[in-house]
Ligand binder design. Structure first.
Ligand SMILES: NC(=O)C1=CN([C@@H]2O[C@H](COP(=O)(O)OP(=O)(O)OC[C@H]3O[C@@H](n4cnc5c(N)ncnc54)[C@H](O)[C@@H]3O)[C@@H](O)[C@H]2O)C=CC1
Ligand SMILES: O=P(O)(O)OC[C@H]1O[C@](O)(CO)[C@@H](O)[C@@H]1O
Length: 379
C-alpha cells in the first residue's frame, strides 16, 4: 500500500508518517524543503524518539520524498497512484498543495477510490482542502474526481516542538497521540491505521481538542510571553499563568460540556491530562512556536474567538479568554509574518479595529471594549 503525505515537518514525520508506516504503508513525503527531501531519499528512514523518561526510539523505514517545488509532476503522479493521501502543512498552505492534489486525483484510474485527509489544527481541514482542490478542476472534472475521492476531516493531537538534532530527520515527540478521522466523508474501504479512532461525526472531537489542547496552549503562550518567558516549561512554573490557564479551560469546558452534553467528570479528566502534557519536563517548546500565526489563532472559527463569542452569546463573560485575546494582540515576534501584520494594523488603525479585522469581534461591542481595556492595561 502506498501513502503520500504532504509536509515532512514535525507532525508529518513525528506523527502521521510514523503511523502510516507502522500500518503497512510505504510513505512518500512531499515537501518544498530540499534539505528534508534529499535526506529522506538518501537515508530512506528516520528516527522517532519519545520525549519521556524512557527516551525509547524507533525507526520509520521505507520512506522517500518528492520536492514539489522542483518536481510538481512527480508529486501529482504519486497522488495518482496513492492508496491514501494525508497532509500536515499548516492551514494557510492548503491552497498551495491543492493544484498538485487536483492534478493527481484527475489522473487516477477511473473509479479508483482514495481518501485525502488534512491533519491540521483547524475545524473542517479536509473540507477546506477539498474546496481548494475544486478551484483547480473544471465542473466535469470535479464531479468525476469527487465521486471517487473522499475528504474526511480529522483531529490530530501530539505535541511536537521545533527540533534541534544533528540529523534533520530525527524527531522527538511526546508518547501521547490522538488521531480521530471522520467516516462520513470517506470513500471506499476504511483504512486500517494503527491507534486511530474512526467516528461518524468529528465535530465533538475536533472542537473538544481545539478548544482544550490548543486554547490552553495559546493562553500559556500569549500570557507567558507577556511575562517575559520563552518556553512552555518556564511559563508553567508561574502560578499566575496556571491560574489563567485554569480559567480559560474552565470557560471552554462550560461551552463544550453544554454543546456536546459531555460528562463533566470525564471532561475534567481530559483537561487534567492535557495540563499534565503541557508540564512534560522532557519537552522544551518555545512560546513563539505555540503562539505562531496570531491572525489564524484569533480568527472567528479558531481556538480563542470562537468559544469567547459563543459564551458571550449566552450572556456569560469569558474573562480569561478575553484576557488571552488581549495578550494575543500584544504578540510581537518579528520573524512571524502574521505578528508583523497584526502589529501594523494596531499601529495604523488602533487595537479595536485590528481586533475586529483579525477576529470579527465588532469594534465598540461590549466584548471588544473589555478586551481593549485589558490590552491597554498590558500596554
Ligand atoms: N507540531 C505540532 O505539535 C502539531 C502541529 N499540528 C498541525 O500540523 C500542521 C503542521 O505543523 P508542523 O508539523 O508543526 O509544522 P512544520 O513547519 O514542522 O511542517 C510543515 C511542513 O510543510 C512544508 N510545506 C510548506 N509549504 C509546502 C508546500 N507548498 N508543499 C508541501 N509542503 C510544504 C514545510 O516545508 C514543512 O516541512 C499545522 O497545521 C499544525 O497546526 C497539529 C498537531 C500538533
Ligand atoms: O500548530 P498551531 O495551530 O500553530 O498551534 C501550535 C499548536 O501545536 C501544538 O503544539 C500541537 O497540537 C498545539 O498544542 C499548539 O496549540
Amino acid at each position: 500500500m502506498k501513502a503520500v503525505h504532504f509536509g515532512a515537518g514535525n507532525i508529518g514525520r513525528g506523527f502521521i508518517g510514523a503511523i502510516l508506516q507502522q500500518s503497512g504503508y510505504e510513505v512518500t513525503f512531499i515537501d518544498v524543503n530540499a534539505e528534508l527531501i534529499d535526506r529522506l531519499n538518501k537515508d530512506k528512514a528516520y528516527e522517532v524518539v519519545l520525549a519521556d523518561e524512557t527516551k525509547e526510539s524507533f525507526t520509520v523505514t521505507g520512506v522517500s520524498g518528492i520536492n514539489s517545488k522542483e518536481h510538481p509532476e512527480q508529486a501529482a503522479a504519486a497522488v495518482a497512484e496513492a492508496d491514501l493521501v494525508t497532509a500536515s502543512v499548516g492551514p494557510h498552505v492548503l491552497p498551495f498543495i491543492a493544484p498538485v492534489i487536483a492534478k493527481g486525483l484527475s489522473a487516477r484510474e477511473a473509479g479508483s477510490e482514495v481518501n485525502v485527509i488534512a491533519c491540521e489544527n483547524m475545524i473542517g481541514g479536509s473540507d477546506q482542502l477539498k474546496k481548494e482542490v475544486e478551484k483547480h478542476l473544471s465542473e466535469d472534472e470535479a464531479a468525476r474526481v469527487f465521486a471517487s475521492s473522499g475528504f474526511p476531516n480529522s483531529a490530530v493531537d501530539r505535541i511536537v516542538p521545533i527540533q534541534h538534532h544533528d540529523n534533520p530527520l530525527t524527531i522527538e515527540v511526546e508518547r501521547y497521540f490522538e488521531w480521530v478521522i471522520e467516516t462520513a466523508h470517506m470513500k471506499g474501504t476504511q483504512p486500517d491505521l494503527k491507534g486511530t479512532l474512526f467516528v461518524e461525526d468529528l465535530v465533538p472531537f475536533i472542537e473538544r481538542k481545539l478548544l482544550t489542547v490548543n486554547t490552553g496552549h495559546a493562553s500559556i503562550a500569549y500570557n507567558g510571553l507577556l511575562k517575559g518567558y520563552e518556553t512552555v516549561k518556564e511559563a508553567m512554573a508561574d502560578q499566575e499563568i496556571l491560574d489563567v490557564l485554569e480559567g480559560v479551560l474552565s470557560e471552554t469546558s462550560t461551552f463544550l460540556t453544554q454543546k456536546f452534553e459531555l460528562d463533566k467528570e470525564q471532561h475534567q479528566m481530559y483537561v487534567r491530562k492535557i495540563i499534565s502534557r503541557y508540564k512534560n519536563p522532557y519537552i522544551s517548546d518555545g512560546l513563539d512556536r505555540v503562539g505562531r500565526a496570531p491572525l489564524r489563532k484569533l480568527s472567528a472559527g479558531d481556538r480563542l474567538t470562537y468559544p469567547a463569542v459563543e459564551l458571550d452569546r449566552q450572556q456569560l463573560v469569558p474573562v480569561h479568554l478575553e484576557k488571552t485575546i488581549a495578550a494575543a494582540l500584544a504578540f510581537n515576534i518579528e520573524e512571524d509574518p502574521e505578528s508583523v501584520q497584526l502589529q501594523e494594523w494596531i499601529a495604523e488603525e488602533g487595537p479595536a479595529a485590528a481586533l475586529e479585522k483579525a477576529s470579527g469581534i465588532e469594534s465598540g461591542s461590549s466584548m471588544s471594549e473589555r478586551i481593549i481595556h485589558y490590552y491597554q492595561q498590558i500596554k
